[in-house]
Unconditional design. Structure first.
Length: 147
């Protein structure tokens, strides 16, 4: 699943993992959160409600990972790797397709997570208008019983 993160007028695409924690985050979209710096490697901010934290945990992370310190209410985005492993473990929810360095700035950031516009505008089922039936397929007056 693709989502967009909007930061300072720029849009960054991300791919969500196929996991329960990613589905829980997806159910909250769209949302805007304020991210704060942690250890000069990640930005974190509170979600509207906690993610359950059920599923596989890892202690390893990569630059661009979107993670949840679950169970808990915070989403983190890693923009730098400092060689450390994460004590307690994290749930990887997704990954930025590119642009993690944009989060490597001092101070808090307001980030909007949302579905791409093409996903919002696209109907769930494509509908075509009905086509007229060719006259050759319609019964003739002569073949119809009298009324």
């Amino acid at each position: 699943m693709k989502i967009h993160l909007k930061l300072n007028g720029k849009v960054f695409a991300a791919t969500l993992a196929r996991s329960r924690t990613a589905r829980e985050l997806a159910a909250m979209l769209p949302l805007t959160i304020t991210l704060h710096d942690l250890f000069r490697r990640e930005k974190f901010g509170p979600l509207p409600r906690p993610i359950s934290g059920k599923g596989t945990r890892t202690r390893a992370y990569e630059v661009g990972d979107l993670v949840c310190w679950g169970p808990g209410p915070d989403l983190s985005i890693f923009y730098r790797h400092d060689g450390q492993t994460i004590s307690g473990g994290i749930h990887v929810i997704g990954k930025l397709d590119a642009g993690a360095e944009a989060f490597d700035v001092p101070g808090p950031l307001n980030v909007t997570l949302e579905w791409p516009a093409s996903d919002i505008a696209r109907p769930a089922v494509a509908m075509r208008p009905p086509r007229p039936v060719p006259s050759a397929l319609l019964p003739s007056r002569e073949s119809m019983p009298p009324v």
